[in-house]
Design a binder for this molecule. Structure first.
Ligand code: DAH
Length: 355
């Protein structure tokens, strides 16, 4: 075959070359343009061409080399290996990806709102452990040794007291705290009055899960201890809280009650925010909904925490965050707060319910 025939043969091979993978494209480049490639070999032959024909054959071979390069580029683009600027720019007609921003859990929103009301009037925020000993959860709070809350039926024990000598070993018991009142004890034990603090946190009770009860929920505990703290101040503080969270038109009322750690004790009702006090299903047609427990810290509790009850007095209160959230958002089923279904959670953004 003369030179022109050999060039034509390679040209045909270049035209027919196919490659779908990056490896095959590279094999084509080596086969044509590599050191021992077919095009390179033909270019080498230019040396043997008579001088007067060099220009002609030079142009012909350059043409061949360029078509090999062009074909290589085409194959690269086809195999998705090319790095052309067009590919880098991407497909401008493709719809943009939507960014989804997370939202705060409704319980976090409500807890924060409660905390804000109290920190604005000088309360600090304190925290305690969720696995608590008997002393902080029960003993120092005046729970008698045979109180039903100390029963496994009501409390999740991590390390139960031994059955043989219950009373002596009571302090060894460890349980998931049943209320945030345990933090009161820790704050009073470690600090001196004046104490003004709130303690938000998770609590646990051995309850069957239903729309109205759950084995874990959230509470906010409040404590104020100083010289001459009165029941009137307790009522004024709680009235301020209810009005701050639910609006100036709401009213509260205190009903006598009993808690081992407060004397006197009361249950706090708020005028129903749903019917405005006229009566509806939420308030069971009474016009009032219960929102928390409260009372004057029992002098025995102050003594248990090394605070002299002859000098100091205090009040305490405790509320369930889910209960307050139910009144704000009107979500009746407690389980929804724990299922974390994004279709539910998505409705609570920027602190406002869009429902
Ligand atoms: N610890 C109580 C509970 O879990 C709530 C409570 C009632 C807290 C009265 C208090 C209080 O501080 O004074 O049901």
């Amino acid at each position: 075959m003369n030179l022109e025939e050999r060039i034509a043969a390679v040209e045909a091979q270049i035209k027919d070359a196919a490659a779908t993978t990056a490896d095959a494209v590279e094999a084509f480049r080596v086969d044509m343009l590599g050191r021992n490639g077919k095009v390179t070999g033909l270019l080498d032959e230019l040396k043997q061409v008579p001088v007067e024909q060099k220009k002609l054959w030079g142009q012909r071979l350059n043409q061949l080399k360029n078509s090999a390069k062009d074909r290589w580029e085409e194959l690269q683009a086809g195999a998705g290996t090319a790095n052309t600027s067009q590919q880098e720019a991407g497909d401008g007609t493709r719809p943009a990806l939507t960014e989804s921003t997370g939202s705060l859990h409704p319980i976090s929103i409500v807890r924060q709102r409660i905390v804000d009301v109290f920190t604005r009037i000088g309360y600090t925020v304190s925290q305690g452990p969720e696995v608590e000993d008997d002393h902080h959860n029960f003993g120092a709070l005046n729970f008698p040794p045979d109180h039903p809350a100390r029963d496994m039926q009501d409390t999740f024990f991590v390390r139960p007291i031994s059955c043989s000598s219950e009373v002596e070993n009571a302090n060894e018991a460890l349980a998931l705290r049943t209320h945030t009142s345990s933090v009161q004890v820790r704050v009073m034990e470690s600090g001196k009055p004046p104490i003004r603090t709130i303690s938000p946190g998770r609590v646990y009770r051995n309850e069957a899960i239903s729309a109205r009860a759950h084995c874990m929920f959230h509470q906010v505990e409040g404590l104020y201890v100083d010289k001459g703290v009165s029941f009137a101040e307790l009522k004024g503080t709680l009235d301020h809280f209810a009005k701050s969270l639910f609006g100036p038109e709401v009213k509260i009322r205190l009903r006598p009650s009993y808690f081992p750690f407060t004397e006197p004790s009361a249950e706090v009702d708020m005028s129903c925010t749903i019917c405005g006090g006229g009566g509806c299903a939420v308030c069971k047609h009474s016009g009032w909904v219960e929102i928390m427990g409260c009372g004057m810290v029992d002098p025995a509790v102050l003594s248990n925490c090394n605070i002299d009850p002859d000098i100091y007095s205090g009040f305490a209160f405790g509320m369930g965050v889910e209960r307050i959230a139910q009144l704000i958002y009107r979500v009746p089923d407690l389980r929804l707060y724990w299922e974390n279904d994004v279709r539910f959670l998505d409705q609570f953004t920027d602190g406002a319910f869009r429902g």
